[in-house]
Design a protein around this ligand. Sequence first.
Ligand code: SF4
Length: 232
Amino acid sequence: MRKLRTSVDPVDQPISALHGRLADEPERDCPLCPRLVAFRAANRAAHADWYNGAVPGFGPRSAPVLIVGLAPGLGGANRTGRPFTGDYAGVLLYETLLAAGFAVGSYAARIDDGLRLTRCRIVNAVRCVPPGNKPLPKEIATCNRFLAVEFAAMPALKAVLALGRIAHEAVLRARGVPPRKAPFQHGAEHRLGNNLILFDSYHVSRYNTSTGRLTAAMFSEVVARLAAVLEA
Ligand code: SF4
């Protein structure tokens, strides 16, 4: 199994110019989920130098792959303003994407590390950090409009990678596919219509990797199949 780098460099002040928000993404102060707005305000009071807002997607919309995570981590994407950046989950995700040719540069857990996604884009099913990493069903439903926008705005999209069950179900909702027609299972592939394939993986969280539920080899295998679809 490939050895994972577990140290995460401290992040200095977020660099606003690198937060590439597109016009149809939620505004940083999106007001739609009252509980998350209140949590955002509390985090701003406690950590004024953190990003603390709805995290924009990362990567080009011209890409053939969309990767969907759950929600920003409190000290990760919520701190840095880039999905999966600054906490443990990003180490496995970005090192795997770099190895499989979906990104160039290097991942250093900070928004100005120069990492560039070339063949994929990454968004979260819920754009604002939820307390305890647990969004409410209503928040997942409310934020789904922004996930639907991504599908409409990616003309070359061939495949989606859902990281975990909540991301999987958010993808189905955004595509109008009943959950019973495509149950979540690690390693599963689902045809969503319009030649779009949904790949499932357990989330790349510290919990899943530390318990062995998801190993680097398991995740690499899913990403390799994703890459193979693009070559076919
Ligand atoms: S989770 Fe989504 S819908 Fe809710 S406040 Fe944040 S950006 Fe808006």
